[in-house]
Design a protein around this ligand. Sequence first.
Ligand code: NAD
Length: 260
Amino acid sequence: QLAGKAAIVTGSTSGIGLGIAEAFARAGMNVMLNGFGDKREIEIIRARLAKEYKIDAAFSAADMSVPDEIAAMADDAKRHFGGVDVLVNNAGIQHVEAVENFPVAKWDAILAINLSSAFHGIRAVVPGMKARGWGRIINVASAHAIVASPFKSAYVTAKHGMLGLTKTVALETAEHGVTVNAICPGYVLTPLVRNQIPETARARGISEDEVIRDVLLHAQPTKQFVTTEQIGALAVFLCSEGAASITGAALPIEGGWTAQ
Ligand code: NAD
C-alpha cells in the first residue's frame, strides 16, 4: 500500500539516505532526493531510480543548514508530488575532536544539520500530513542518540536531541495517523564513517586498523558493520500499516551495541 506515496529523504545522495531512498523506490514510492555532490552523478542516481523502479524521482539541492532552503524543498515536493507523505530526516555530518579543541563553527554546523534541519522539515510537512490523516516521519538518529563516545560532543548532543524531537512530535501527531520514530544505527561503512577513521586515530593516538577493530567494531557485538540495505528495510517497515502503532520510538539497528 506504499506505492505512489511521496517521500523526501534528506542527505540521500550517499550512504544511508541513498539506501533508504532506494528501498522506498523499490516499494513503489516516489522520492525527492537531497544532498550535496557532483551534479552529473546525482542526476545518474535520480534517473536510475526512476527507470529501474518506475517511480517519480526528483532532486532538491537544499542545504540542510539553511532553514529557508528546507522550507523551499518541502514546497517543491508538495508542488511536484501533490503532497509529502513521508519525511526522512537523514542528512548529517560528523567531527571528531576533544571538547576543548572542538571548533565552534563545527559545533554550530552539526547542531544545524543533524538536529535543527529535522525541526524545519517537520514543521513544513506536518500540516499536510495532519490534513490527510496519514504520515510517516523517520529521524535517522544513531546509537549515539542512546549512548555516548568520547570526542563526539556535538554529534552525540544533536542525536540525543533528535530523540526529544521524535517523542514530542509523536505525541502531537498521534491522533492524526502520523507516526514519528527514530532509527538508531550503529556503524555503517559510509563515507561519513570512513572519513572519521583518520580523525579518530589521531584523537586516540592509535592506528587506523586499530580504530576499525578496537573502536568501531568493538562497539558492535555482531562484529559486523550495519548495511544501508538493512536500514532501508527498517524504514520501509516503519512506513507500512504493520508499524502504525509504533510511534515516538527509538529503534536500535546496531548489532547489539546498546545492549551492553
Ligand atoms: P554520508 O556522508 O554517506 O551521507 C550524508 C548525506 O548528507 C550526503 O548525501 C550528504 O550530501 C548530505 N549532507 C551533508 N550535509 C548536508 C547539508 N548541509 N545539506 C544537505 N545534505 C547534506 O553519511 P551517512 O553515514 O550515510 O549518514 C547519514 C545519516 O546517518 C547521518 O545523520 C548520520 O549521522 C547517520 N548515522 C550514520 C552512521 C554510520 O555509521 N554511517 C551511524 C549512525 C547514524
